[in-house]
Write a protein that binds this ligand. Sequence first.
Ligand SMILES: Nc1ncnc2c1ncn2[C@@H]1O[C@H](COP(=O)(O)OP(=O)(O)O)[C@@H](O)[C@H]1O
Ligand SMILES: [Mg+2]
Length: 325
Amino acid sequence: MSKKILEVKNLTVHFYTYAGIVKAIEEVSFDVFEGETFALVGETGCGKSVTARAITQLIESPGRIVRGEVYYNPDGERLNLLELPDEEIRTIRGNDIAYIFQDPQSSLDPLYNVGYQVSESLFVHGRVKSIKDGIKKAVNILRTVLLPDPERRVSNYPHELSGGMKQRVTIGIGISNDPRILIADEPTTALDVTVQAQILWLIKEMKKRYGVTVILITHDMGVVADMADRVAVMYAGKIVEVAEVTEVFKNPVHPYTQGLLKAVPNPLKKIERLETIPGTVPSLINPPSGCRFHPRCPEISKVCKEKIPELREVKKNHFVACHNR
Ligand SMILES: Nc1ncnc2c1ncn2[C@@H]1O[C@H](COP(=O)(O)OP(=O)(O)O)[C@@H](O)[C@H]1O
Ligand SMILES: [Mg+2]
């Protein structure tokens, strides 16, 4: 196996709201290996985006990273991203670790044409001498992400492009500085099905071409099956299972993962809401004691209410957080 490009250790993020402290993610730990596609999957609200954003200190008030370390290991270095000063983390964001978000609209500026925005990203990271100088490169980048007619489209404003085209532009901005890690947070959720397939295909192409490591966030097991090498399953702010995708589909071990996969005998079906597991996702202000899944678990024992289960290696490279496994 290749080296660990990213190590997330005990990452814990709370939001201090008027209603109470939202314990959005607790002790989240996982490694990402260079060159792989690592998926983070789980129902809406389970903490996927918070995890992704915390990695490069993108948590905003009233949120705070309470605990944890995130090590980024480029060549010969080991940097704790959570301890880097603003300026350094800003350089890493964009240069080394790029993001694509669910809603391309919100990551593009409505006031500038897309050529300007691609070029600006090149300029900010010192790849071109001026924004004007970068326009030619921007056209090339837009061609790479298969934006139709890039010479003309480069002077379009975001509102003049379809959702799929906008997402191509944000991917273009994402890859413009040749990042080592691309974090794609539900990059296709806002798009219709055919466009979804095209964008996923494009992410695969970019990965092949640039060898970028991908962290793919989704609530869709079909996307996991199609795209990922390994997967971490999240439930209510905790990781419950991590393994290779084929292993998880063949031998799911955690009762929650088993429920998930029962809910999707056809992996192309979405898991936004799980009807086959009784109960609802718990409040993260007062999460259940012990294992956060215990109120919905079909195999509960006494210890489940009392003790938080650790993520343990139950089989080579297969980790599960469950007292009964
Ligand atoms: N700005 C915020 N203020 C309060 N709670 C938040 C905020 N952002 C996220 N949360 C809470 O953190 C939890 C995880 O959210 P999120 O990571 O966005 O879920 P996912 O991406 O898996 O759908 C949710 O319970 C959500 O309500
Ligand atoms: Mg999200």
